[in-house]
Ligand binder design. Sequence first.
Ligand code: GLN
Length: 455
Amino acid sequence: DLCIQRARQTKELNAFINITDEEAENHAIESEKRVYVEKKSKPLDGITIAIKDNFCTKNIHTTCASNMLKNFVPTYDATVYSRLIGSGACLVGKSNLDEFAMGSGTVDSIFGPTRNPWCYSEDWRISGGSSGGSAVAVATGSCVAGIGSDTGGSTRNPAALCGVVGLKPTYGLVSRYGLIPLVNSMDVPGILTRNIDDLIVILNCVAGPDILDSTTIKKDFKPIKIIDDIDMSKIKIGIPSEYYCEGMSEDVLDVWRSVADLLENEKCQVCTVSLPHTSVSIAVYSILNQCEVASNMARYDGLEYGLRASEDYSTEELYASTRSEGFNNVVRSRIFAGNYFLLSRNYDKYFLKALKLRRLIADDFNKVFHGENSVDLLLTPTTLSEAPLYKDFTSKHNRDQCAFQDYCTQPANMAGIPAISVPIRLSKNNLPLSIQLMGPTLSEELMLNVAKKIE
Ligand code: GLN
């Protein structure tokens, strides 16, 4: 009840697309009955959650913040959602996002932008994105945990800008079944909470193989634990020099340095490492992203799913008018660009080349984690700055630079490795500043234990 009250009180931040008041209340009553009357409990009884509106929820609208799916009501649940609900959690609401999760600000939603709760003034700041709704819901206490998705940073970026913890798990550790795809080879469900302990509880409920998603890792998932007497002197932390880039604010650099010092004081070995292909990463990410988007969005043809435009003179005209009414400029331009890269005359030059470079980016990580003088984890910033003002973020110049927002986050998606954003302290403007840890495939336990030391 308190969470729903908070969600209502903070309505002007626009974190939720829809609040499931009645359903959540019934759920709460049900779990109370189970605990007190039947004396049986489930691990998430009474735990409130917000789910990004690109996860299918049976009989509850799932819009992707797009005109295309404005009236879409799925007939099935995403695995992440069914596992959480099956463990006793109750849904406070579906949270806001950039249309089809394309963006880093939660500014491009048909329901309007989501505001950052750390700044209530008229000159307001963005929440980050594209899982900004879930991040704000957690930051304002409207729920205990938020579920986001992370293709290039969409869970870690808003977590960093809103001062909460945001995990992008290893690709395949958490099922994508029912997550409306953006880039199938990079998408993962993400988790946002206020602290590491909460995050572990949620991850332990949602992780593990799923017969409905053939890309999940088949190995049984061993629940993650906090190791109280962890020997920090055995842990090697790498600082990749290429992550220092133009446009990174002094505040962010300061936090990066101070967390490296903190880990050194905790007796970790901290050293500089190199990930030489980082500089091409943004371009490679953009090409691969747009190619997969072009292929994924082909399903929205006005016939099978979602919107159907009225002027259906011919099939081609129906496709065209449906997509121009249904999608915003960002989605449409990615479809165009992706189809261009995939034309047979461009395929080798762009798509194939990007795939090869993606392999080199992943190899860079393999070398630092498994090669000579290997390290256990990498420490980098999550974002280049504190939360930008909405008016600056949406200016023409920044729109052109948009892909750069993901500079520190998207390489982990291309390599499929886990990464977490941890809030550290406030900037001079009283806005959250965070750092990111990355680790080799399935290193979540170590990563979360080290994250706990610095949170
Ligand atoms: N900003 C990136 C993009 O627009 C990341 C999106 C995401 O992780 N869903 O593609």
